[in-house]
Design a protein around this ligand. Structure first.
Ligand code: ADP
Ligand code: MG
Length: 275
């Protein structure tokens, strides 16, 4: 594939929606793999104790593996907890172990508990505005959030610049989004003024149903240009890829799901960072 232009500074995306099962993890790993395929250097941070992104990217995440938990709770440097993907060249991962399930509570008593991830990212020499635009610099960081608005997601909202919200094209799709957007506003006012909703992706879109078309129209009307033109179709290939420890990008590159994720990644790269 024709490479995409690299951004002038690292773009940090928070993939969030407190509803479970809307395609956060699937979109994180596949957009990340697609961006890497387009010549970008990409880091995925698994912030969900379930570790689904780690599984999908075939990265070990049993107890004892250096992980997101060590970085957030024990203050280990980001460089010490990331590993390179064997599957996808150009892709790095910070895996989540089950320890992360306790972090939500353990962090409560930690100093500047909502700034832990931001500090870890800022301290890494290859991430952020100060990082030199050399070969090694990370172009994209994608943070896969758990399905809740607790301290883990709050850390992501403070650390990131761009909200990436996957929305499942089904009835009730917009339910709960109000609460998410209120949280984003609160974070913008008090903790991270540069946070913007830059990217909305319609997932599990079934073009044959009038319901999906109606939901898509409603989402586009509500958000406008932030909604990517590409919607991800519902496809068995997408859902079975993780059980082979693969993204759909490598599992079935010619499938409709893979092509859509590649198109979505190209849109993200072409749209560029918000001002
Ligand atoms: P979340 O991270 O928001 O909880 P997931 O990405 O884990 O959501 O997706 C929830 C379920 O839906 C998973 O079983 C996943 O395989 C499936 N899924 C996601 N996207 C698609 C798709 N485009 N087509 C078919 N199944 C999908
Ligand atoms: Mg998930």
């Amino acid at each position: 594939d024709r490479p995409a232009p690299r951004p002038s500074a690292t773009r940090v995306f928070v993939v969030a929606n407190q509803k479970g099962g809307v395609g956060k993890t699937t979109s994180t790993v596949n957009v990340a793999a697609a961006l890497a395929q387009l010549g970008q250097r990409v880091l995925v941070i698994d912030l969900d104790p379930q570790g689904n992104a780690s599984t999908a990217l075939s990265v070990e995440h049993h107890r004892g593996v250096p992980s997101t938990y060590d970085m957030l709770v024990d203050g280990h440097p980001l460089a010490d907890v990331m590993t390179q993907s064997d599957e996808v060249p150009g892709l790095w991962v910070v895996p989540a172990t089950i320890d992360l399930a306790g972090a939500e509570i353990e962090l409560v008593s930690v100093v500047a508990r909502e700034m832990r991830l931001q500090k870890a990212l800022a301290a890494h020499p290859l991430i952020g505005p100060a990082a030199e635009a050399g070969e090694e610099r990370f172009d994209y960081v994608l943070i896969d959030c758990p399905p809740s608005l607790g301290l883990l997601t709050l850390n992501a909202l403070v650390a990131g610049r761009e909200m990436f919200i996957p929305i499942q094209a089904e009835y009730y799709a917009l339910e709960g989004l109000g609460q998410l957007l209120e949280t984003v506003d609160m974070v913008r006012q008090h903790l991270n003024p540069s946070l913007v909703v830059s990217t909305i992706l319609l997932t599990m879109y079934d073009a044959r149903t009038r319901l999906a078309a109606g939901v898509a129209a409603e989402v586009r009307e509500h958000f406008g240009p932030e909604v990517l033109k590409t919607a991800i179709p519902r496809s068995v290939r997408v859902s079975e890829a993780p059980s082979y420890g693969q993204t759909v990008m490598t599992y079935d590159p010619a499938s409709a799901g893979a092509l859509s994720y590649l198109e979505a990644a190209r849109e993200i790269a072409t749209n560029g960072a918000p001002r």
